[in-house]
Design a protein around this ligand. Structure first.
Ligand SMILES: [Zn+2]
Length: 344
């Protein structure tokens, strides 16, 4: 990116009410067959346009074609039975009904590549595409086959690498891996989490990002956050090893969370997508609030490596609130951009 402080979002944006019920996760589709395919493309167009109207620099599909950021990918794999659902505890936090691994996993065919090509055909702006990370995939299903989280994560890493290479060929500029599980299972992160992530990005020439957050603004997450105390130091566990890794960009949560800003120092040298928009409430940030978060982050990340972003996906929010927050992000970034340019 040549522009200073290029804005982007963590990934998901609300879906139109004619496509899926708004403000809920895992919302079932309201259309079927051909109508669903066309509906997803129309929703992607609308989502892209809303990002563009808000002045977002690095745009995405708003995850309009997936029901959920992890399970939709998993459901497209061999070895996973999505009708055989089991209830598991996700992120050590809340129960959810998820698909089961019943045999060796492999990718039948590209999962998101057609969607990415479609997004590419709609804009010349840089595009970012989100995929789930290996550890978060393992943590979002029931494994009745490998019976080893690490073994399954290595298998997923290989599959993700195949998908990522095709997304790159489709013209995606940044491929992001979502790893909220990195904020929970610290021993696994350092034993095999980062290693499997590096396997997933092996050989890629486009930029790569990892998104680590405290989750969507749903009750289970908010309740969990209330138990974390006044200082959230979870990033301290994964950051030193991530700093040494081949990942280009780290996307993290800052605004309204209790993450001490100085933890960003631990990933010095990486580009940082700084979450300056809270996705867990309906209050639209003022541009000045966004600017204040970015200014604080600038103490620990060089200006040319700072990417203003949202804390997490905005799928569970109303479209109106999400639009307001996107505009606030742009306006806040513009304030700080101006300040930086005046100093030059
Ligand atoms: Zn997130």
């Amino acid at each position: 990116m040549t522009r200073l402080l290029p804005t982007s979002t963590a990934g998901s944006l609300p879906k139109p009410s004619w496509l899926a019920e708004p403000e809920v996760l895992w919302s079932p589709w309201k259309l079927e067959g051909e109508a669903l395919i066309a509906g997803k493309q129309d929703a992607l167009r609308v989502s892209l346009q809303e990002q563009q109207h808000a002045g977002i620099d690095i745009v995405s599909d708003g995850e309009q074609s997936r029901q959920h950021f992890v399970t939709t990918f998993i459901e497209h794999l061999n070895g996973v039975d999505f009708e055989k659902r089991e209830t598991v505890k996700i992120r050590d936090r809340y129960e959810a009904s998820v698909p089961s691994v019943v045999g060796p996993v492999s990718r039948q065919k590209p999962v998101f590549v057609e969607d990415a090509k479609f997004l590419r055909s709609q804009t010349d702006q840089p595009i970012k595409w989100a995929l789930p990370g290996p550890m978060t995939m393992v943590d979002t299903l029931f494994d009745g086959h490998y019976k080893s989280r690490e073994k399954l994560a290595w298998e997923f890493a290989k599959i993700l690498n195949e998908e990522a290479k095709e997304l790159e060929a489709a013209g995606v500029d940044i491929i992001q891996f979502d790893e909220p599980a990195f904020n929970v299972f610290f021993d696994e992160v350092n034993e095999w989490g980062i290693a499997t992530l590096e396997r997933a990005i092996e050989g890629l020439k486009c930029e790569t990002a990892i998104h680590i957050c405290y989750g969507y603004g749903i009750k289970a997450n908010t309740d969990w956050k209330n138990t974390l105390g006044s200082e959230w130091r979870q990033y301290e566990e994964a950051f030193p090893k991530l700093q040494q890794s081949n990942i280009d960009i780290v996307s993290l949560e800052c605004h309204n969370s209790h993450v001490p800003m100085e933890l960003i120092e631990l990933i010095r040298g990486k580009k940082v997508m700084v979450g300056a928009i809270d996705v867990a409430n309906n209050t639209i940030e003022t541009p000045e609030e966004v600017a204040e978060t970015l200014r604080k982050a600038l103490q620990f990340v060089d200006a040319d490596k700072l990417y203003p972003c949202t804390n997490c996906g905005m799928a569970p929010l109303s479209r109106e609130v999400a639009r307001g927050k996107l505009q606030a992000l742009s306006a806040g970034a513009a304030i700080v951009r101006k300040e930086l340019e005046a100093q030059r």
